[in-house]
Design a protein around this ligand. Sequence first.
Ligand code: HEM
Length: 557
Amino acid sequence: MGISFNVFTLTDDYAVNWRTAAVTALALVTLSRAAKLVVGLKAVNFLPGIIIPFQPLSLPGVLFPESSWNPGLLFTWTWRHTRNIYAQYCSDTVSVIPFIHGAPTLYTRSMDVARQVVAAGHKSATFGKTDSMSAAFLFWGPNIVAAERDLWRKHRRIMGPAFNNQTYALVWTASQNLYADLLEAEGWNNRHTIDVPSVQKLTFKFTLIIIASCGFGLPFTWAAPPSHGDELSIQDCIQIIARTNTFAIAAPGWAWKLPFERVQHTRRAYDTMRAFMHAQVRARKEAMHSAGTREKDVFSLLVEASEDEGGKMALGDEELIGNVFALMFAGHETTAHTLAATLGFLALHEDIQDEVAAQVRDVIGGREGGQVLLEDYTRLDKVLAAFYEGVRMFPSGVFLIREAKQDTTLTLELDDVKSVLPVKKGTHIVVDMVGVQYNPNYFSEPEEYRPSRWYAKTGDEKEDLTESEEFTAFSVGPRTCLGRKFAATETVCLLSLLLRDWRVEPLLAVVSKGTAEPGGKDALETREEWRARVMQATLALTMGVRDVPLRFVKRVD
Ligand code: HEM
């Protein structure tokens, strides 16, 4: 009895102690989270905005399901009609303050604030990139996209010279040849109609081969695209890497050994990509040593710098691989997404497609073989505008993420009144490209696909602020996209060739409308339904559009 009494007492005591401990822990956690919230609000001087548990771009923000309290990575897209934070708080810059995890953050759709942060802020070192947000790129080694200050300057000085007119001429020729190659290899030459369930299958392959051949001097073709002796092609690997980067950054070494098919598949993609990059570096070094010649493509410049041991511009092995990956990736995925979106919009808007195709026809007018030449580039401004409008509506570099490196200020403008916002060191600033590109102050009727906003205008004809190319989704200032002209060149060339030869239409899905009514027939979805189903954003490492199903019909005009 005595023993059992003692046991009960002990158990009761434990219960009381556990309860007390739990209540105390809960109180402490609550207090610490409340303190975090107050610190967060103070960091942005109580600028109005939303309060949520996790910073949307942080790991828990990504891992927890999207809901009204956990907005998700792409909430600036998904909420833009329903809970547009800028409209809600009547400001182009709002706060997003997490109380459990992540840094206090400002989201902005103001180009003026963007300039203060990514251009002026970069020069004065007041704002810089964040390691946590750049982790997906840093995984492979330091590189131009993620680097800061002197390291960034070195990377940009090494690579910058490769982005020149000679390279763009090469990009034009390679795009022409690859298009011909595509027609041949896909058997398009003798066909009148081609249904493509996902145009990304073509655009990703196209842009990867162009960056591989013009940026890296690797002789891949449509029939033999980049690979490294695995059944996974390099394109598959890059897509798997883009999708699984959160896992790769967070997973400890043992997690890669888990015997699950998906983990092993992912691991193979990373291993194949790494082996491919190392093999290419080895081959280029050997070629340089044996031939003694110096190529000027960006890959050769990187490899040369890695050989310059002890030199001011020397690159370490990790930096070399980091940059190879960054360029392979930044150099193709962004453009592939934009091409897919642009073709989707052109398919939806027959009138615009006709206008652009007419310009292509005028420019090449009567030329033998209907060749489109590099000299035509400036006269193909409607094709370029179609591309700029595609990247406006699906800005693939969707977030410019920076961190205040010291206590500082930002100048905000509300109803033409300027105010100064104190910002504490450590605060994150997200230039929300969806917000900027859909900002009605810059773009009238922003939901409309209207390439004419980018047409060169004269005199008083200004339609909106977009006359300035500064508003394109390639960023501004010293860290503006290094590959903008590269992307524009391959895109203008490919779009011109496609529109010369094909009419592009949405590939409408069959929707069953016959079940309720006897005798009713299956019907095709409408174009509006197609748009609502297809033209939605997805996000891996960059933002893009869902799989775009298209029909290509041979032009007879
Ligand atoms: C539609 C196509 C593209 C879009 C929308 C795009 C967008 C961007 C944006 C917004 C940035 C700035 C990122 C930031 O500061 O956080 C950037 C940087 C960069 N892009 Fe692009 N890009 C495109 C194509 C390309 C291509 C084709 C290449 C290479 C061939 C390229 C190479 C780079 C590089 C190297 C940087 C880093 C520049 C630096 O920090 O100095 N991009 N891009």
